[in-house]
Write a protein that binds this ligand. Structure first.
Ligand code: FMN
Length: 346
């Protein structure tokens, strides 16, 4: 049997196989950040198609700093019924679901939020504590609504990732300077979330392989932080148009040598053969984003032995297309009925 179909475990989560839908902003909240049934349908569709672990697109822990309109926000009156429907629906197909939590930081546009974006240097210590509490409140809601875990987004230049990066963090207090100081906020968020949700809910992080010269030390800091798994990505994933091989694998194999924490590797995996190569190299889980935007049924097709290569061309058109909506993939024009349900027919 291929390694990909073997059962796996991340903390308290039993997973039916090694496939992970890496967090992918569905852009299926309404313009105010409220969840829609179409958002839940999209998560369930992936589980129905054999994805073992579905990680939701990022939720804005602070509704005042959304990455774009269409991103769901942790509003006080967030629609818990829809969250529960998504969790129950995914479980109904034997899948697991993790909610990704994020603050867009410097990538929260003024046009969406009515205020300029804020970065690591713009927060007082008490504002950092308030932000940490927002992650905790969001994680508790995820737990109450039946999610199996949360993922703290520390990648791609969003707030916690920019905090780790000396190009954006110029603080001179205990949250700036050395890597350990720049890590302090992420560590506090993870620790507070873990205390709040306990051991029976998974806590994951997504981190960059390349926003710090010492990837090994960064991995060690995350691995020591009471999390159940680390997903590896990179700040430059958007620039890797057309690359169809696991582009962070070598860096992870080098930096992660001897570490026991389960890794999920995401980025550039577009064929069953490439997924198996990653798994054979000793990485226990493989993550997919663009290929599943293009073909949500891809993993089921692999399981049925129907194809090897994803149709996705890694053209990156999907980064833009969600904003003009109605199709999910610019190359293949795959219709997305969920979008019409939310935003009306064209
Ligand atoms: C349209 C789109 C939305 C994305 N949204 C998120 C997100 O919400 N959170 C996140 O961590 N990564 C997000 N990503 C990045 C993917 O999770 C993934 O790390 C990246 O696309 C590389 O994986 P791939 O080669 O399988 O596409 C997004 C990517 C795309 C194309």
């Amino acid at each position: 049997m291929n390694l990909i179909w073997q059962a796996g475990r991340i903390g308290p989560m039993e997973l039916k196989n090694r496939t992970v839908r890496s967090a992918t902003n569905e852009h299926l909240a309404d313009r105010n950040g409220m969840l829609t049934q179409a958002w839940a349908d999209t998560e369930i569709e992936l589980a129905r198609n054999e994805v073992g672990l579905v990680i939701t697109g990022h939720f804005a822990v602070d509704p005042a700093r959304r990455a774009d309109e269409g991103q769901p926000a942790m509003l006080p009156d967030i629609d818990r019924e829809t969250l529960r429907k998504a969790a129950d629906g995914v479980h109904g197909y034997g899948g697991r679901i993790v909610m990704q939590l994020n603050d867009a930081g410097l990538k929260a546009p003024e046009a969406v939020n009515g205020q300029p974006p804020k970065g690591p240097d713009d927060f007082t210590v008490s504002e950092l504590k308030e932000l940490r509490d927002r992650y905790v409140a969001a994680a508790i809601i995820a737990k109450e609504c039946g999610f199996d875990g949360v993922q703290v987004h520390c990648a791609h230049g969003y707030f916690l990732s920019s905090f780790l990066d000396p190009k954006f963090n110029h603080r001179t207090d205990e949250y700036g300077g050395s890597y350990d100081n720049r890590f302090r906020l992420a560590g506090e968020v993870i620790s507070a979330v873990r205390d709040a949700v306990g051991k029976d809910m998974a806590v994951l992080v997504k981190m960059d392989s390349n926003s710090n010269p010492d990837f090994h030390h960064a991995l060690e800091m995350f691995a020591a932080s009471r999390i159940d798994a680390v997903e590896i990505s990179g700040v430059d994933f958007g620039a890797r148009k057309g690359e169809k091989s696991a582009f962070y694998l070598d860096a992870l194999l080098e930096a992660g040598k001897g570490m026991e924490i389960p890794f999920i590797l995401t980025g550039g995996i577009f064929s069953l053969g490439e997924a198996e190569r990653v798994l054979e190299a000793g990485i226990p889980f493989v993550g997919f984003s663009r290929s599943l935007i293009c073909e949500p049924g891809l993993i089921a097709a692999w399981k049925a032995g129907m194809q090897n290569e994803a149709k996705c061309l890694a053209c990156n058109g999907c980064y833009q297309i969600y904003r003009s909506r109605y199709v999910r993939c610019v190359q293949h024009k795959t219709p997305m009925p969920q979008l019409e349900k939310v935003f009306g027919a064209k």
